[in-house]
Design a protein around this ligand. Structure first.
Ligand code: CAO
Length: 416
């Protein structure tokens, strides 16, 4: 039995942030009806296309397990169909630009009148305040949420990260808000508004950097490499390169083959408890008891020397050999895996994190499956819907339109 079986989601989302959220709900068993503009649909269907006349990977990888209904919500008949959908569904999810739902005539007040038990969930760029009307994309959120100012190296510019913390990160936050509101509805019978602002979600993911901002008042951040290098701290949390955020010094080090392979590197943490094992693994047994190196505090001013010695050792091993040697010794390391290696990783296929999917237009493609595994509600990845694939099915079976009414809807131009 799927955990969210019976929950109907009216999915007005597009691009990445909202679709990430509704895809998760669909994986957990909700019936997600993706409402799209007739003719074009979600703009990502035709963005970054790699197969002519086929939905792009951008779209297919974010819209699994959903049904697609085309509906012009600015057409009068379209509005009537939408009203019927709102009555039938439990949750409406949208990530339009601020004010678009209101301009459509379906703001929160109208939704509550039509269906008081409906949960209306939105992604917006910013919460209430001076920027609330702004349209926002991934990298804007990474910058406005503080992530970019703390990413990169101290002598370089602010940097965005490849992990889509603004879009997908916000979708994850929104999904949690929705299931929480569904839980509360069980006792109140009422819906509520759920808002996840992209700036807020990024700030939440940057919590440790705001921690460091406050720690600065108490003195330099000793675990940052710049401290050992004698570089003064300014007024704000600096960019920390590849330093580890948890107080244990860590760096990315070269491994065998780094000259030709851009990902022949390992992450290496000199965790205090593993120090004796690290010393013996790299052939520096004398450092275990040498007061110049024996304690984390003593090492703080010598991190370049310490990591230099460790790197002399890692450069003689592949990143996987480093992992094999260090894991049994409780030394925390992690190979820098490329996307190619992830795509080919057998274990990830076995757990359903990387999945092959059949698509009528594309053939077989690779995607990321549900990253959260529920033992009693395992997620099966079903291909994304073609545009309007479920029009008739939804209008007849879910909304109860008769054949003659269906023809009127067709003639009105509401769905095509
Ligand atoms: N029928 C009729 N009209 C439709 C429709 C449908 N099925 N679906 C959408 N529309 C209309 C909307 O009502 C809106 O019309 P108005 O501007 O007249 O109100 C119009 O299409 C455009 O919608 P939009 O403003 O959301 O789209 P955009 O391309 O201008 O902006 C984005 C895109 C992402 C910047 C904006 O939606 C946004 O800021 N969303 C919130 C933040 C967010 O999710 N950003 C992340 C996106 S992923 O990187």
């Amino acid at each position: 039995m799927e955990a969210l079986k019976g929950i109907k989601v009216l999915d007005f989302t597009h691009v990445q942030s909202g679709p990430t959220c509704t895809q998760l709900l669909a994986w957990f068993g909700a019936d997600v009806i993706k409402v799209e503009r007739p003719g074009s649909g979600d703009p990502t269907r035709s963005q970054l296309m790699d197969v002519p006349n086929a939905d792009s990977l951008y779209f297919t990888m974010l819209n699994h397990n959903k049904r697609s209904l085309t509906l012009n919500t600015k057409n009068e008949t379209g509005k009537q169909v939408l009203e019927r959908l709102i009555k039938k569904c439990d949750v409406l999810v949208e990530n339009f630009a601020p004010g678009a739902m209101e301009r459509m005539g379906f703001g929160w007040e109208q939704i509550q009148q039509i269906n008081p038990s409906m949960i209306m969930a939105s992604v917006k760029g910013f919460g209430p305040g001076p920027y609330e009307d702004c349209k926002v994309y991934e990298n804007v959120a990474q910058c406005a949420g503080g992530a970019a100012s703390t990413t990169g190296f101290i002598d370089g510019p602010p940097t965005v990260t490849g992990a889509q913390i603004g879009d997908s990160g916000t979708g994850l936050h929104l999904a949690l808000g929705i299931v929480t509101a569904l839980f509360q509805r069980q006792s109140t019978g009422k819906g509520q508004r759920v808002l996840a602002a992209m700036q807020d979600s990024v700030i939440n993911l940057c919590r440790v950097k705001l921690r460091d901002q406050q720690r600065l008042a108490a003195g330099p951040l000793e675990e940052y490499s710049q401290h050992g290098e004698g570089i003064k701290f300014g007024e704000t949390t600096p960019r920390a390169g590849n330093d580890s955020g948890g107080g244990q010094p860590g760096r990315i080090l070269k491994c065998k083959g780094w000259e030709n392979d851009p990902n022949a590197y390992t992450y290496f943490i000199t965790q205090a408890a593993a120090w004796p094992n690290i010393c013996s693994a790299i052939g520096k047994a004398s450092w275990v008891d040498d007061p110049e190196y024996a304690t984390p505090k003593a090492r703080l001013t010598k991190l370049n020397e310490v990591f230099g010695a460790i790197e002399d050792w890692t450069m003689t091993k592949t990143k996987f050999e480093v992992m094999q040697i260090c894991n049994p010794l409780d030394i925390p390391v992690g190979p820098i895996l490329s996307m190619k290696e992830i795509a080919e990783e057998k274990t990830l296929r076995e757990t359903g994190t990387i999945v092959e999917v059949e698509h009528p237009e594309r053939g077989t493609y690779l995607t990321v499956g549900c990253p959260v595994k529920l033992s009693a509600s395992p997620a099966q990845v079903v291909r994304s819907p073609l545009l309007g694939e479920h029009n008739e099915e939804i209008l007849k079976s879910l909304l109860g339109y008769e054949d003659s009414e269906l023809e009127d809807i067709l003639n009105s131009g509401a769905i095509s």
